[in-house]
Design a protein around this ligand. Structure first.
Ligand SMILES: Nc1nc2c(c(=O)[nH]1)N[C@H]1C(S)=C(S)[C@@H](COP(=O)(O)O)O[C@H]1N2
Ligand SMILES: [Mo]
Length: 412
């Protein structure tokens, strides 16, 4: 008989094998006397809870969360554009749609997340609490996921209600970074649970005995709650449903000149400057510099466009704006309106939204205006009198009000 020589021992595999053994090594259970209260065997006896219910809720929640995450990421990128991002000026209402979807899916997760947590929370009291290092790591990742998901949903609801007191940090940055944390923890969770979900959703599994409320009844209730929340809020951006938007923080038709206002001229501290007859709009280019008073602005060819304000908070409203094309002002200082980018500055001295940049795709678009009028009247002071930016397919935060200065940068 030929004996094969043993393969040489690879020290790296040995280390990995040892690590794996340590990772999965069963840990001793705590004394049984500690197994009290919710940790008693069968402390939670509801027959409604099942792996199948949890899996179905998980799939629905995962899909909703994915849409919410992607639309949120898009909104973040548009507001902080990296060099590679190309965000078009058309269709004019695309951002209105994606951000409406972001807020609507975020709100729909409220009942989904609630039901999902209800269906699994008895596992918080699983016995023994920790079976191995691997088990501890998995539990920790679920803890991160739950904390991050609650942070996102609660923070998002507080933000659209404009209630910032419970959030002693800059909401936008917190919401953005915790979203990544949630996605990371969710991927780990899906990776760990996928086989369980698969077998729970395969038809072969018999239903456990259920109480008065069936699994289908529960799922129907959760779906109805999500539907009701959507129906009573989505009218803040979907105009035909505005009459039903009783839970929405904003009605798209309530406000001066029929449009909502978040930041008033008084709260921005610009009223005196905006009403000052010596107001001038400065247009600054490499080749020249012009100061335009209101009469000069009105002497330009006036254009009327129908464009929405689409706030990141999920409300939107369409207005009929009249004013001067931004590209005409760019041409005034000798720049090429087809290649220029523009910095817009407000009369507002401080505040996060006192400036915005306009990328070439929006500068060159004939719908992009420095608006002087809304409907048939001069802009209301709270809508940015004497002049505001309005551009197609752009988040509300970038539609700068009380414009004082336009700086043209020609891009090559
Ligand atoms: N100068 C200035 N422009 C601004 C803002 C602001 O705070 N300051 N708010 C922005 C936001 S968040 C939105 S949604 C739109 C419309 O805001 P309004 O509802 O306050 O008119 O204007 C934008 N323009
Ligand atoms: Mo906004």
């Amino acid at each position: 008989m030929v004996r094969h020589p043993r393969p040489p021992v690879n020290s790296r595999t040995t280390v990995l094998r040892r690590l794996a053994r340590w990772w999965l090594m069963p840990l001793p259970a705590p004394p049984a006397a500690l197994r009290r209260g919710p940790m008693r065997p069968n402390a939670f006896a509801s027959g409604l809870r099942s792996t199948r219910l949890t899996s179905q809720l998980g799939v629905a929640l995962g899909a909703t969360f994915a849409v919410c995450f992607l639309t949120g990421l898009l909104s973040h990128l548009i507001q902080h554009p990296p060099g590679w991002l190309w965000w078009p000026a058309r269709p004019v209402g695309l951002y209105r749609f994606t951000q409406g979807l972001h807020v609507a899916t975020g709100l729909a997760t409220v009942p989904l997340l609630g039901a999902k947590l209800w269906s699994v929370y008895p596992r918080l009291f699983t016995w023994p609490p920790i079976r191995s290092i691997a088990h501890a790591a998995e539990r920790a990742s679920v803890g991160v996921l739950v904390a991050a998901a609650l942070f996102q949903v609660v923070g998002g609801v507080l933000n659209i209600s404009r209630w910032y007191a419970p959030m002693p940090f800059f909401f936008t940055a917190g919401h953005y970074w915790v979203a990544w944390l949630a996605v990371g923890a969710l991927l780990v969770h899906v990776g760990v649970q996928l086989p369980v979900v698969r077998s729970a959703l395969s038809r072969a599994v018999p239903e456990p005995p259920q109480g008065r409320l069936s699994r289908r009844g529960m799922l129907g209730g959760v779906a109805a709650a999500a539907g009701l929340i959507t129906l009573t809020t989505v009218g803040q951006t979907l105009r035909p449903l505005s009459g039903l938007a009783v839970l929405a923080p904003r009605r798209p038709d309530v406000g001066p000149q029929g449009l909502p206002v978040n930041k008033t001229a008084n709260s921005a501290g610009v009223s005196a400057l905006a009403l000052d007859p010596s107001y001038r709009l400065a247009v600054v280019g490499r080749a020249g510099h012009t100061d335009l008073d209101l009469a000069a602005l009105h002497a330009f060819e006036q254009h009327t466009v129908e464009l929405p304000i689409a706030c990141v908070e999920g409300w939107s409203a369409t207005g009929r704006w009249t004013g001067v094309r931004l590209r005409d002002l760019v041409a005034l200082v000798g720049a090429d309106p087809d290649r220029a980018a523009v910095l817009i500055e407000s009369l507002e001295a401080t505040g996060r939204y006192r400036t915005s940049t306009v990328a070439p795709a929006h500068v060159r678009d004939p719908l992009t205006l420095i608006a002087l009028r809304l409907g048939s009247e001069p802009l209301h002071l709270d809508h940015g009198y004497p002049a505001r930016l309005i551009a197609p397919n752009r988040p509300g935060v970038l539609q700068t009000k009380w414009v004082a200065r336009i700086t043209v940068r020609e891009s090559s």
